[in-house]
Design a protein around this ligand. Structure first.
Ligand SMILES: [Zn+2]
Length: 508
């Protein structure tokens, strides 16, 4: 048994060396670290075992864990994720080495090659969970605004009930450090029952708007090279002129990426509002293919109002001109009210309801394209979750906040839909509405789709193996389109267009 473990350590080292996680010079040193970690007795020579069809350090680490539990009761950590992290990180260089290598490649071969190297490193070190991300299901769906993109997110692991139970019995004192999931103190953090292990986390320092920020890829990428840019300090999101300056500084350094920020207030923002951050990536989003509805020239800049369900202004121009006009637009929008459209800028207590979701792309040396999505987070008695938030009738598909990524036309739908769409498909294939409804009523998880099932039986006459997947995928796409329309403060109708016009008039 111990021989098998010794061999697995060698295979793990082979794999790490092949992936250039360490220099060959360090192999003996690393081997000794593993002997110590796994409490192994070294042998003078080892029998060769046949190479397994496994390719990543994470897969080797998990095999080693299986063997360890058979062999000793050696405990490396509470969760499997923490244990795998603890095994892999031994092979990884410290953050300063990663940053130095990144900067060296950037200065000799350019930013694209440097980011490609850092991306591969993040995958090989199991920071980006490639295998998990591949489980996601995606498709495109036509809409009146162009193609929308739909993803069912199956990559984030379900919590093991045993781990949840452990969590319950754990003292609550572990919550203070790091303060949140984005804090830079996560770099190398061992993890706790409630916080993920980050032994293998390596972040890159950046200067944006004369402040320190940190760049990393997202472990559960929603799109290619999905990255997160994190403020050095744990401080709340605030979209203002400084945010816009930082976004420009980012695309000046990484011109092939698009960058954006969630809004800075609840309901219309992302899931983390207490730590300032942006999201970027090497991807063209549906909103970028949208057409212009009408335009207005202000301060030499053509402001385009888009045929897009989330009310969006697109500005093209030079950096300095855009910065000046954007400052004006943000200030104006934060104070804009139009009660007849339910847009009210401040609560009775003076709390701001209006917000902006900004997105920036660099087109060429002097030209940038800036998207400003106008948002409002007010609630009322008819819409207690938010007037400009997916309405209740759509919650069976999506009820979470419509953040930056979705507002750009890429839906991230909950993993439960994978099962629920399969069940919907089974109910429809019966081609018998009454029987299907009876079946649905027996499944508590499916109850929320009752109206949808009736709708689909009314809309279509015949369901078959050939058309079912397409029908369901298109219908989910239609629901996502309505979700985005609910999020729009100016609806795509005459009253909405007049509202935009009035807002633009206020800028002159
Ligand atoms: Zn934080």
């Amino acid at each position: 048994m111990e021989n098998e473990l010794l061999n697995l350590v060698e295979r793990l080292l082979d794999c790490g060396e092949q992936m250039a996680l360490f220099e060959p010079r360090d192999r003996i040193y690393l081997r000794n670290q593993y002997y110590d970690l796994f409490d192994l007795t070294p042998l003078k020579s080892y029998p060769e075992i046949s190479r397994q069809e496994l390719h990543t350090p994470a897969e080797y680490a998990s095999l080693i864990l299986d063997k360890l539990t058979e062999y000793t009761r050696n405990k490396l950590g509470e969760t499997e994720e923490q244990q795998i992290c603890k095994i892999i990180h031994i092979m990884l260089p410290p953050p300063s080495s990663i940053e130095n290598k990144f900067n060296r490649i950037k200065s000799t071969d350019g930013i694209i090659n440097a980011l490609n190297w850092y991306y591969n490193f993040s995958c090989n070190s199991d920071y980006i969970k490639i295998a998990a991300v591949k489980r996601n299901k995606s498709w495109t769906s036509e809409s009146t605004y162009g193609n929308l993109e739909i993803t069912i997110n199956l990559s984030k692991p379900e919590k093991d009930p045993k781990e949840i139970a452990k969590l319950k019995s754990q003292p609550k004192s572990d919550s203070a450090y790091p303060q949140c999931l984005l804090c830079i103190e996560n770099e190398g953090f061992a993890g706790t029952g409630s916080k993920p292990a980050r032994h293998n986390h390596r972040i890159l320092e950046m200067d944006l708007n004369q402040q320190k920020w940190y760049f990393q890829f997202s472990p559960y990428a929603y799109y290619p090279e999905h990255s997160i840019i994190i403020n050095k300090n744990h401080k709340p999101m605030l979209i203002d002129q400084n945010t816009i300056n930082a976004l420009f500084d980012f695309v000046d350094q990484i011109p092939h990426y698009l960058i954006g920020s969630n809004s800075d207030i609840p309901i219309v923002g992302g899931s983390i509002l207490n730590h300032d951050h942006f999201q970027a990536g090497n991807y063209i989003f549906p909103i970028e293919k949208s057409t212009m509805k009408f335009s207005r020239k202000i301060d030499n800049i053509q402001i385009e109002y888009l045929n897009w369900p989330v009310s969006t202004l697109r500005l093209n121009g030079k950096r300095s001109e855009l910065q000046i006009l954007t400052a004006k637009i943000i200030k104006e929008w934060y104070h804009f009210s139009m009660p007849e459209l339910d847009i009210i800028a401040f609560s009775d207590k003076g709390v701001r309801h209006n917000a902006i979701t900004p997105v920036l792309r660099k087109i060429n040396t002097n030209n940038y394209q800036l998207y400003l999505m106008l948002r409002n987070n007010r609630t009322n008695s008819s819409y207690p979750d938010g007037i400009f938030h997916p309405h209740e009738s759509l919650h069976h598909i999506k009820k979470e906040n419509i953040g930056l990524i979705e507002a750009m036309g890429l839906a991230i739908l909950p993993g439960r839909l994978d099962y629920e769409l399969e069940e919907m498909s089974r109910f429809l294939e019966m081609n018998d509405k009454d029987l299907a409804l009876i079946e649905l009523l027996y499944d508590e998880q499916m109850l929320k789709h009752e109206n949808w099932l009736t709708e689909l039986y009314t809309k279509y006459t015949d369901f078959s193996n050939q058309n079912l997947i397409d029908i369901l995928r298109n219908e989910v796409g239609n629901k996502f389109c309505q979700v985005l329309e609910d999020a729009g403060v100016f609806k795509q109708n005459e009253a909405g267009d007049q509202g935009v016009t009035r807002f633009l008039d206020g800028l002159v």
